[in-house]
Write a protein that binds this ligand. Structure first.
Ligand SMILES: [Fe+2]
Length: 147
């Protein structure tokens, strides 16, 4: 894949990569979470997985609409995403804390990417719309943690 300098493509490829790793991390939590609130946590992390993986498609298809190519391999995604994959053992509370940390970092990244794409309002609108949901989920996780 050729390296593009288009800030819109760069932003979309960064987000599709970060979201892919984060969706797998959400699935990791959905599968592996245990006591003390299994049912609630299992469902919450499952919802995060669904949301994040759906957005990946939105980012990738925007890249195609811009006549370029999305990062499409797992190796490429891992190289592109500056985010750690989760590993066991991890308590339910640490899953919530780690996920919140990653959501807050993502929110900051998205604010920067929204500024960098101000010449392309359609891409910028995608970023802003997605950021709204990331911020809402971050609030919910702070509430779950009692913060
Ligand atoms: Fe499931």
């Amino acid at each position: 894949m050729k390296n593009t300098k288009n800030p819109s493509t760069q932003a979309m490829n960064t987000l599709l990569s970060v979201y892919t790793v984060m969706s797998q991390n959400a699935r990791f939590c959905h599968w592996n979470v245990v006591w003390p609130h299994f049912e609630d946590d299992h469902e919450f992390f499952g919802d995060l997985y669904d949301e994040l993986s759906e957005s990946v498609d939105l980012f990738a298809e925007r890249v195609r609409a811009l006549r370029e190519y999305p990062v499409s391999s797992l190796a490429g995604i891992l190289k592109h995403a500056n985010i750690a994959e989760y590993e066991l053992p991890m308590t339910a509370r640490n899953m919530q804390k780690n996920m919140l940390r990653d959501y807050e970092a993502l929110s900051t990244l998205m604010a920067e990417l929204a500024e960098r794409t101000s010449d392309d309002v359609v891409t910028q609108d995608i970023i802003v719309g997605e950021k709204r949901q990331i911020d809402k989920r971050a609030w919910m996780m702070r509430a779950m943690l009692g913060e």
